[in-house]
Write a protein that binds this ligand. Structure first.
Ligand SMILES: NC(=O)c1ccc[n+]([C@@H]2O[C@H](COP(=O)([O-])OP(=O)(O)OC[C@H]3O[C@@H](n4cnc5c(N)ncnc54)[C@H](OP(=O)(O)O)[C@@H]3O)[C@@H](O)[C@H]2O)c1
Length: 289
């Protein structure tokens, strides 16, 4: 079953392997439990985060705390083969969405994370070599087998997900794309409209541009508008995203409890149209045509 992404944001795990204070299983289990208790139950992983360490650390924490695995909702991604992981003598970075590769990737992620099912399994990057019929069948079969709740994509162009979708019985669930005040291009090249039109749930990665949205001209305006609303600049930057049709779910990167709590407190903010456009103009450096 496709779990509904009813959450103000997902917690991105890309930086977990760089946070040694969270590496002890009991400590990370406490951290996960605190987020769950606060109503944040979606965690975004990928096999390449820390070269599988991110998923492994998370899984060790779930194993250390009985009952936790049943409460978390996980998104994970695979298909990127790093040069270190390429078994060929060429040691070349590449993408692999072949059924054999994906089958192994799904099993390995289930093992590492210690969950019974991956709620959403995404192809991390599109491959020009993708055989849509074969990949689509592999994803359909993984859903039927109950190994994944739903299949989705990340960093795909519309024609790329549409080619895959046309070969599948199940509906693709989500598209995880780079989207923020720091990266507005999908709003102007038709790709954002296409994903909403195709019924994909947008997951916005790096929704704060890795922290950059809070600096420069846009950062100054965020600060002023946030102060007027008794909110934080980062909270307002997420509200800017949520104002879009399809209500993108940000995938935030901070692991700091206080920052996460602040972003959650600001999650009900709504932006009026002039403020939304003023932020767009400040971020892009020019007014709309
Ligand atoms: N699908 C893909 O290809 C793809 C690519 C990249 C990322 N992702 C996903 O997206 C997630 C988020 O990426 P990201 O880390 O670039 O996202 P982000 O939320 O835009 O940036 C997080 C960074 O911003 C900093 N930051 C500065 N001020 C902040 C504030 N007031 N509140 C919160 N954070 C603040 C954080 O610092 P502190 O850590 O010090 O709090 C952290 O380093 C990743 O974890 C991953 O799950 C997916």
């Amino acid at each position: 079953m496709n779990a509904a992404l009813d959450t103000p944001f997902l917690l991105g795990m890309m930086r977990l392997h760089e946070a040694p204070d969270l590496h002890a299983p009991a400590r990370l289990a406490d951290w996960i439990e605190a987020r769950l208790d606060a109503g944040l139950d979606w965690f975004d992983h990928a096999d390449i985060y820390g070269d599988t360490r991110g998923e492994a650390l998370f899984g060790a924490a779930l194993r250390a705390r009985p009952g936790l695995a049943a409460r978390v909702r996980v998104v994970t991604k695979a298909s990127i083969v790093t040069p270190e992981r390429d078994a060929s003598p060429l040691r070349v970075k590449h993408y692999d969405s072949s059924p054999a590769y994906l089958g192994r990737a799904i099993e390995a992620a289930l093992q590492r994370l210690g969950v019974e099912r991956l709620d959403h399994f995404l192809l991390h990057r599109p491959s020009p070599l993708m055989d849509a019929e074969a990949t689509g069948r592999a994803l359909d079969d993984a859903i039927t087998a109950g190994k994944i709740g739903a299949a989705g994509v990340s960093n795909f162009l519309p024609a790329q997900w549409q080619r895959l979708q046309a070969a599948m019985h199940q509906r693709l669930s989500v598209h995880q794309l780079q989207l923020s005040l720091d990266h507005t291009q999908p709003l102007f090249d038709g790709s954002y409209d296409a994903l909403v039109g195709d019924g994909l749930v947008p997951l916005a990665w790096s929704p704060l541009g890795g922290g950059r949205v809070c600096s420069g001209v846009a950062g100054a305006l965020l600060e002023r508008l946030a102060a007027e609303r008794g909110a934080t600049p980062a909270g307002l930057a997420l509200a800017w995203l949520r104002a879009l049709p399809g209500r993108p779910r940000p995938v935030i990167g901070s692991l700091r409890a206080e920052r996460i709590a602040t972003l959650q407190a600001d999650a009900a903010l709504e932006l009026d149209r002039p403020s939304w456009y003023a932020l767009l103009e400040a971020a892009r450096g020019h007014e709309v045509a």
